[in-house]
Design a protein around this ligand. Sequence first.
Ligand code: XIL
Length: 393
Amino acid sequence: MQHQLTRRSFLAGLGIAPAAAAVGHIDWLSQQPSHRVSLTGTAEIFGRFFGAAVQINQIQSDEKLHEAVLRDCTYLTPEIHLKWDAVEPRQGAYSFSYMDRLVSFASSHKFKIRGHTLLWDESTPRWAKERLVETQDWRLVRKHISKVMSRYGHAIEEWDVINEPIDANGKDGLRENVFLRTFGPAYVANALRDARSIAPQAKLFINDYGFEYDNPFEERRRQSFLKLLRRIVSECAPLDGVGLQAHLGLGRGKIEPSVLHSFLQKIADLGLEIVITELDVKETDFSAPVEERDQWVADEARGFLDIALEQSAMKGVVAWGLSDRHSWLSPGNSTGAGTTSATIRDKSMLNRGLPYDADFRPKLLYWTLHDALARRRSLSGINLNRGARRSAA
Ligand code: XIL
């Protein structure tokens, strides 16, 4: 049986008239806790979680972000603080203060943290790359994994051990990065084994992007990813799940339901969990009216989420930020990194690919997320106890 929940019925169920909840007019915090519309509330009722990538300095300096994080998230992903170049910018000179602050914030508000990420070529500091090439010594990698996991093992249950290992054009479908060059394809399984031995209880993930669209390039990426996952599973290397980054993009083509569905099913058939780890939508046309742009963004996300959330191995959704104010995406910056919203005066030039606009007004994408998190899940999968507990709170 399919549960169809529209924004209207969802709000009605919470005792909120849709008109009162018109975008921008809802008075969130005056609602009773049981009547509060929140993304995590919807996700939890339907047996999933919702979270966002954050920076603790932004949470602590921006009241609106702070409020939105408390309201909408159960999971937080450190957008930057846990990466190798953030924790050890120079060899042996550790810098854990931001991550420590995030962990203490998370523990006082009972958030869970996704451990993003242990090995990512792009966030490996130059000194470490040089040492790896020079010494070919795996102990440097092991030391990094061990240092980070043993410090945060008590607070983090789920880790992106490897980030972005796939390149459809690479040998064996693997990205030509410092780890592959130095240690060969075995680096993936070796890192997973080290992670398991250091934090035996932790869930271990591989996280990557570019699997959503129906085009030959992403098809090759999907095949390369499945090949890697099958190899890992057949070698009995420890792997619990995969993260699909889901940085969607307008103009990237079509999302074909049957293709996406079968890809996700093949991952689930390997016994792996799936999490959408970095959801956002990159825009291409900033000149159109805002209402139209928001509609395009929401439609794009819906096309993906409606299929992705049909899959019961899908455990939750993490957005790569909550508000356009903090989005890593900005026009004219193809890598996404570098320019921050604070440096852009003209708000129409901000990418509108996250649930809230730069003033923390919920956009169509916010409601699309609610709908998608609530729709198409069989009632048997709904966690009624959890919902009941929340309402009673
Ligand atoms: C990005 C952050 O959002 C930026 O602030 C930082 O400058 C670079 O990294 N895929 C990932 C994330 O796995 O870690 C990246 O995050 C976005 C792409």
